[in-house]
Design a protein around this ligand. Structure first.
Ligand code: NAD
Ligand code: GLY
Length: 374
């Protein structure tokens, strides 16, 4: 059974297909898009070893030939250096404007590969085949592409929508638990930002889906993608509502920068901790009940996730240094702090002019927690 979610963007609309064995049937799914039976694939070395063979066979079954480039796995690949390498490789392989490039992997190759196709010959079509939970529920949908800069995360990029997304739930079977839990941070985010019923569903079913229940995984990915598709359909380039998808991200990006984008913090782990900090801030401002952050922490802990700064194996700088890192965030307008806060679980909103001293105190307390534990 394959579910389809349409991202309604007029001439740039596309389908997200969700189900098992989609990689093996990629040829059938892709054939209608191709002007010639030839594709290039951007992937990473880990994913190539696990899933490229099935993709190649699936394409061959439809008579489609394939060349692939496997980049090093990891966040450091989202860089100018590897972007230039990927673009040059695509040019060497004579990718033309009418072709479609496949991006197979997690959010790192998804973001980099999408950006490479955005700038290649001023825009070439691409197909996302996300293989991490994080990429399936978030990064493969919506067309945000890009790389990191020495000034911060995702600061160089473009909006470039894919032509098709194939979310193969079976690909998650090879994902290490830590990576699965990182993606689960983004799943929880959807419940927190706009659907308290989904959050309650996750409280009831989260552990079973983490443990491998395929039916529950499909439901979680489907609900997440539906929410993202609806928001992106209404606000493609983040003029307003789409910013809600960044719940927890201002804190997360500062934490990721502070650990040097290293393995000590996976992106979705940072999102979960960032959501906790956003709810702590909201509670401190009297926007949501004090029980809401308590409930969120309980769920993250029950799922086996990091929930607090003190869970990250790092000696963090002080709260002022984290505040300075947050100032590079794209949600900072002028000197004003713009955060996604919440009036309760499922009730996120964009808060302008947030009191910097209050945010600083939330961070300082979170860092004290770290020092008490270390
Ligand atoms: P990732 O791409 O680095 O993947 C995580 C690790 O899992 C890598 O080592 C990868 O090789 C491995 N892997 C991937 N699929 C696998 C599989 N099926 N089996 C075994 N191993 C597998 O990281 P990610 O967590 O997928 O993505 C994080 C990135 O996504 C960050 O750079 C973040 O900024 C970005 N992101 C982008 C958006 C967006 O809208 N564009 C949204 C959220 C996050
Ligand atoms: N991941 C946030 C967005 O796509 O807008």
């Amino acid at each position: 059974m394959i579910d389809t979610v349409r991202v309604e963007l007029g001439s740039r609309a596309y389908d997200v297909r969700i189900g098992k064995d989609l990689i093996r049937h990629a040829g059938r799914e892709l054939a209608p898009l191709l002007r010639r039976p030839r594709v290039t694939v951007l992937t990473d070395e880990t994913v190539a070893a696990l899933h490229f063979g099935a993709l190649k066979d699936g394409l061959a079954a439809e008579g489609i030939s394939v060349s692939h480039l496997a980049l090093p796995a990891g966040e450091a690949t989202k860089s100018w250096r590897w972007l230039a390498h990927a673009v040059d490789w695509l040019l060497e392989h004579r990718v033309e404007r009418g072709d479609a490039v496949i991006v197979l992997g997690g959010g790192v190759v998804g973001d980099l590969g999408g950006f490479a196709t955005a700038i290649l010959r001023r825009g070439v079509r691409y197909v996302q085949i996300p293989t991490t939970l994080l990429a399936q529920v978030d990064s493969s949908v919506g067309g945000k592409t890009g790389i990191n800069s020495s000034h911060g995360k995702n600061l160089v990029g473009a909006f470039h929508q894919p032509s098709l997304v194939l979310a193969d739930i079976g690909a998650l079977d090879t994902l290490p638990e830590r990576e699965f839990l990182s993606g689960y941070g983004e799943v929880v985010k959807y419940g927190l930002l706009g659907d308290s019923g989904f959050f309650s569903w996750l409280e009831a079913n989260g552990r079973a889906l983490i443990d491998g229940d395929v039916g529950l995984r499909v439901q979680a990915v489907l609900r997440s993608i539906c929410m993202k598709a609806e928001i992106v359909g209404r606000d493609e380039t983040e003029r307003g509502e789409r910013a809600l998808l960044n719940l927890g991200h201002t804190f997360c990006h500062a934490l990721e920068a502070a650990v040097g984008y290293s393995d000590r913090l996976r992106h979705g782990e940072g999102v979960a901790i960032g959501c906790m900090l956003a709810f702590e801030t909201s509670a401190r401002m009297g926007l949501c009940a004090p029980e809401d952050p308590v409930r969120l922490r309980r769920h993250l802990r029950a799922a086996g996730m990091k929930a607090d700064i003190m869970d990250i194996p790092c000696q963090f700088p002080d709260a002022d240094a984290l505040m300075a890192l947050m100032a590079q965030d794209k949600k900072v307008v002028g000197d004003r702090l713009r955060f996604i806060l919440a009036r309760g679980i499922g009730k996120a909103f964009i808060a302008e002019n947030v009191d910097a001293a209050l945010v600083r105190s939330v961070l300082a307390d979170a860092l004290q927690g770290e020092r008490r534990e270390s």
